[in-house]
Write a protein that binds this ligand. Structure first.
Ligand code: RUB
Length: 306
């Protein structure tokens, strides 16, 4: 039943579940939940329910191609099967979801193992927002005994940087929190910038939390390496056909709760970092130049373009 998806979609839109990867995983689980309690009697009805659930999830956050790619792939397994019985379809959906989640896990393992090698002894790393992929990389590198410290931005307006800082100190990593606007003055102390991604376009530009492109600019000026840590499946196939990645505009109250009524507040959640500011994308296929993303996605995930 589509009603089962609504609470998850709400949690995603309210940022109770945040970060591209966590959002995709939660959306997959919501679709599996829907299929378990479906009232559909036929394959057609089942697909209609799935499509309504999909719509709710896609509308919960606009700038999330990993979620869209995942849900589309899973629903496509139902569309293309010859099976008709709803119980069987629901089982296929569950096993497809498990398969997708396993591949996502494997991709993350590879990303972490590749990315860790970029951390040199005693280096200082700057990160922005909360990327579960970046924090996993840092925590794993720390477990391997690498000695480094991390600066993280607080990430206004909703302070995801505090989640990053909390996770890192819990794992025994020396961590310093800075305000977003301190990035330029702190960059001289930084050896490496690592950020996550919400979306990657066909041209290799990266969409991530607002403020990422400022950090990229600052890093370029200071000649510090700036890497994006991301699964290839954050690629948005719609950008190949000319569509711009939509940038979610969030509620102004996140910036100022009781702001004067006639004040205009703009609150874009993400910004675009052009590929020429990015040293490399650390993905499951290695560290790649951003402009090669289209070719790699085409080679590894052809189904994305269907
Ligand atoms: C989170 C954010 C993260 C990416 C990547 O923004 O910009 O860097 O989503 O995260 P928000 P991950 O808090 O608005 O969702 O590596 O976990 O996919």
């Amino acid at each position: 039943m589509v009603e089962n998806v609504r609470p998850i979609a709400k949690k995603i839109s309210e940022l109770k579940i945040q970060g591209a990867r966590n959002i995709a995983i939660a959306a997959i689980e919501a679709i599996v939940e829907l299929s378990k309690v479906t009232k559909a009697k036929t394959k057609k009805e089942f697909l209609i329910e799935l499509s309504e659930g999909k719509k709710l999830l896609f509308n919960s956050r606009e700038t999330e191609p990993l979620m869209r790619n995942a849900i589309r792939w899973i629903i496509n397994q139902i569309e293309k099967t010859g099976k008709k019985e709803v119980l069987k379809l629901s089982q296929i959906l569950k096993s497809s979801a498990d398969e997708f989640l396993k591949k996502l896990e494997e991709s993350q393992e590879k990303i972490v193992n590749i990315g860790k090698k970029r951390i040199r002894k005693n280096s200082i790393i700057l990160t922005h927002c909360h990327s579960s992929t970046v924090t996993k990389l840092l925590i794993d590198a720390n477990k391997d005994g690498k000695n480094f410290e991390v600066f993280c931005t607080e990430t206004r307006p909703v302070f995801q940087g505090r989640i990053t800082a909390q996770e890192l100190i819990t794992n025994g990593i020396k961590t310093t929190l800075i305000v977003d606007s301190a990035a330029r003055s702190i960059i001289k102390e930084i050896d490496l910038v690592l950020v996550g991604a919400d979306a990657i376009t066909s041209e290799g530009n990266v969409i991530n939390k607002i403020g990422t492109s400022t950090i990229a600019l600052v890093a370029k000026e200071a000649r510090k390496p700036f890497y994006v840590v991301s699964e290839l499946l954050k690629f948005d196939p719609a950008t190949v056909c000319g569509d711009y990645e939509k940038i979610e505009e969030r509620d102004p109250s996140e910036i100022w709760k009781d702001a004067p009524g006639n004040l205009i507040i703009k609150n874009p959640a993400f910004d675009v970092t052009r590929r020429d500011f990015i040293h490399g994308i650390i993905c499951e296929q290695g560290i790649i130049p951003p402009h090669s993303i289209f070719e790699l996605v085409r080679r590894n995930y052809k189904w994305i373009f269907k």
